[in-house]
Ligand binder design. Structure first.
Ligand SMILES: Nc1ncnc2c1ncn2[C@@H]1O[C@H](COP(=O)(O)OP(=O)(O)O)[C@@H](O)[C@H]1O
Ligand SMILES: [Mg+2]
Length: 457
């Protein structure tokens, strides 16, 4: 599994990134807050210590108090020396504290807080100093209190380590949780793909279970089921088409074999044999017709498009197609009238094939001595050819199926010589090749069947 292409992998990475962002943001804010709070606490502590001593220094009443003050400062200095006191003065009796030379270089206004690094300590001292001008009891002096920042810095470091540990564990944990959540979330999807995998031509009627699926997947599986419906329909159509083909071909073949066997069963005159051959030829031609039509439809199914679309007068094409049928027209005792004209880009041979099929049907079904009307109309998008004849009406339930392969309204006549049920299927294929469609109506004793072709090149 390629993690970059797996949803679980991707979501795990996103969860990890989210954890990183959240931890970093919270960590940053908390760290800021802690720094400020620690500093405030340190300053407060410093202030308290400072004020205690300042109070004493301001109340010096005699010059010999300094020994006591030094003792007090000694007592106040903790053993770890994290708080220190200094008194700077020219008078060595008053001076107090270590590293006075370093401190002396640090001059500061009275009462301010600052930082001072002292040689033996890794972290600076936070210090506060006050200047006491000379008076009759003592010369000018500066008093300084310092608190070592080390313990605060340590607290802060400890906090940062915890924070880093949180990020270090939190990010992979986020990724893991993301992965597990996604895995759980994808369980229905896995079930769905298992079901889909189990589908085969023999289980084509099976559908994916839509109940119990999360909404997002229910939609998907419904569309998938819809696609399966269409595949099943197409598959059934194909299967029945195969059965139809076999059936259509079997009749003429049986005829051919029967006639030939009868002819061979005894001695025949040359005239008799010619008769048999003629009859055989009819059946063979019928077979060729079916095979040619099926070949044409198969090519159309494979998406064959017309080679040369040339603008042509449709009326002229219809007239030419009708001329080829004048023998049939005469025999049926009907007339063909062409009304209107339209100019459209067509492939002539295809167009004539479709028109011939329509005229053929109309002649066959027209009442004797009636007129077949071919109407040509056009608008901006398409040109329409409608062939109408007076004759038996087609019940409406058949109208939409007329264009199906091998479909005949009167199945009893199915095996009559001139009908094999592919004529209108070819009309439909030709219309489709010209980006058009087919239509059929049958009412008040008039049946109109036709098709359209796109008017655009
Ligand atoms: N003009 C028409 N009047 C009545 N029925 C028709 C007409 N044209 C077609 N049909 C019906 O449609 C069926 C399918 O037509 P077609 O595909 O041309 O096949 P075929 O003509 O070989 O039977 C015909 O068998 C017939 O029942
Ligand atoms: Mg026909």
């Amino acid at each position: 599994m390629n993690p970059a292409r797996s949803i679980a992998g991707r979501l795990a990475a996103l969860f990890a990134a989210a954890a990183l962002i959240v931890f970093s943001l919270f960590g940053f804010v908390l760290d800021r807050e802690l720094t400020v709070a620690l500093r405030r606490q340190q300053v407060e502590q410093l202030d308290t210590k400072f004020q205690d001593i300042e109070y004493i220094l301001k109340r010096i009443r005699s010059p010999d108090q300094w020994v006591r003050i030094h003792a007090k400062l000694d007592a106040l200095t903790p053993p770890d020396r994290s708080t220190r006191y200094w008194i700077l003065s020219d008078d060595p009796h008053i001076r107090y504290g270590e590293s006075l030379a370093e401190i002396a270089g640090f001059s500061q206004g009275s009462g301010r807080v600052g930082e001072l690094r002292i040689g033996d300590r890794p972290e600076p001292f936070l210090i506060r100093s006050a200047y006491f001008p000379a008076n009759d009891l003592h010369p000018a002096l500066r008093f300084i209190v310092g608190i070592d920042s080390e313990s605060y810095v340590r607290t802060q470091r400890a906090f940062r380590s915890v924070l880093l540990a949180c990020v270090a564990f939190g990010v992979p944990l986020g990724a893991l949780i993301g992965y597990l959540i996604t895995h759980l979330g994808l369980v229905p999807l896995k079930r769905l793909s298992r079901e889909a995998r189990a589908l085969s031509p023999s289980t084509l009627s099976q559908r994916l279970m839509v109940t119990d699926l999360p909404e997002e997947l229910a939609d998907l599986s419904q569309s998938f089921n819809g696609a399966l419906d269409r595949v099943e329909a197409a598959y059934e159509q194909l299967e029945s088409f195969n059965a139809d083909v076999t059936h259509e071909l079997r009749t003429p073949l049986t005829n051919l074999i029967g006639q030939t066997q009868v002819a061979l069963s005894r001695q025949r005159s040359a005239d008799d044999l010619v008769e048999v051959l003629q009859s055989n030829l009819e059946d063979l031609e019928r077979l060729r017709g079916i095979v040619n039509d099926m070949l044409f439809l198969a090519r159309a199914d494979q998406g064959e498009r017309p080679q040369h679309l040339l603008p042509a007068s449709l009326a002229a094409e219809v007239e030419k197609s009708a001329e080829f049928l004048d023998f049939l027209v005469e025999e049926a005792g009907v007339r063909i009238r062409v009304q209107g004209d339209a100019l459209a880009p067509i492939e002539r041979s295809l167009f004539r094939r479709a028109v011939t099929n329509l005229l053929h049907n109309a002649i066959r079904h027209a009442d004797t001595d009636s007129e077949i009307l071919v109407q040509l109309t056009s608008d901006a998008s398409c040109a329409r050819i409608a062939v109408s004849n007076h004759g038996p009406e087609i019940p409406s339930e058949h109208l939409t199926r007329l264009f199906d392969r091998f479909y005949r309204v009167d199945m009893a006549r199915a095996n009559s010589g001139e009908s094999h049920g592919l004529g209108l299927a070819i009309v439909k294929a030709v219309a489709a090749m010209h980006s058009g469609s087919v239509f059929a109506t049958s009412e008040d004793g008039v049946t109109t069947i036709g098709f359209s072709v796109s008017a655009a090149l």
